[in-house]
Design a protein around this ligand. Structure first.
Ligand code: 5GP
Length: 219
């Protein structure tokens, strides 16, 4: 596993702003959240996607350092011990975690930092950083989610049923807690992305207005 060393934020760059916002995007598998996350990332110039560490096996589609930092169980244990994670969770029997230092550095740079993480991880982040903005992506209906899980044709019916039950559970946990600020139904991808972009724009404008209110006014 190679985790790149970034600069500390002692030196302010010309591109730095006070606009930093932590954006959490969650949703059950099959709901299209990765496409929506990447759509938001592409559309907002100062956004950065947080590349998680994981102990799950790398697939042919994965690129080290782009999709994930792949770690052994020992490496992951060490990162937990060093308190390197802002959050980490066990998802489908594998561990996934967000590197705290990298997130802090990017926020200090004024970036929109995007975490695509599960409900358990989102709950941990919200506890530590209540100002984080959480979006949960919902399927149009349970029938449609089941249809999409089947259409991916990656798994047998037994696994599909398991994913479907997990999705139902995740949705009910997400709806019952105070983790998420916005729920977006993914009926149409372009519309869902536009809704997420608008929600982020409004939230950042509010953040700027709040900051302005704290500053002493020039007479
Ligand atoms: P996959 O293995 O299919 O890429 O991801 C499985 C699940 O792990 C997804 O629900 C994804 O949102 C979640 N996940 C990915 N990275 C992290 C992370 O850093 N922390 C947590 N808590 N969940 C993550």
């Amino acid at each position: 596993m190679e985790v790149e060393r970034t600069h500390t934020h002692e030196h302010r760059l010309a591109t730095d702003t006070d606009d930093g916002l932590l954006l959490i995007i969650s949703g059950p598998s099959g709901v299209g959240k990765t496409t929506i996350t990447r759509g938001v990332e592409r559309s907002i110039a100062d956004s950065v996607f947080s590349v998680s560490c994981t102990t799950r096996a790398k697939t042919a589609a994965d690129v080290e350092g782009v999709d994930y930092h792949f770690a052994t169980n020992e490496e992951f244990d060490k990162l937990i011990e060093e308190e390197a994670f802002l959050e980490w969770a066990d998802v489908f029997g594998k561990r996934y975690g967000t590197r705290k230092r990298w997130v802090d550095e990017q926020l200090a740079r004024g970036r929109l930092v995007i975490l695509e993480i599960d409900v358990d991880g989102a709950r941990q982040v919200k506890e530590k950083m209540p100002e984080a903005f959480g979006i949960f992506i919902l399927p149009p209906s349970e029938e449609e989610l089941l249809r999409r899980l089947r259409a991916r044709d990656r798994e047998g019916e037994e696994l599909i049923a398991k994913r479907f039950a997990e999705a139902q559970h995740e949705i009910s946990v997400a709806k019952s807690g105070k983790i998420y600020d916005r729920f977006i139904v993914n009926e149409d991808l372009d519309v869902a992305i536009a809704e997420a972009l608008e929600a982020v724009r409004v939230r950042r404008a509010r953040g700027r207005a709040d900051q302005g209110a704290d500053e002493p006014r020039a007479s």
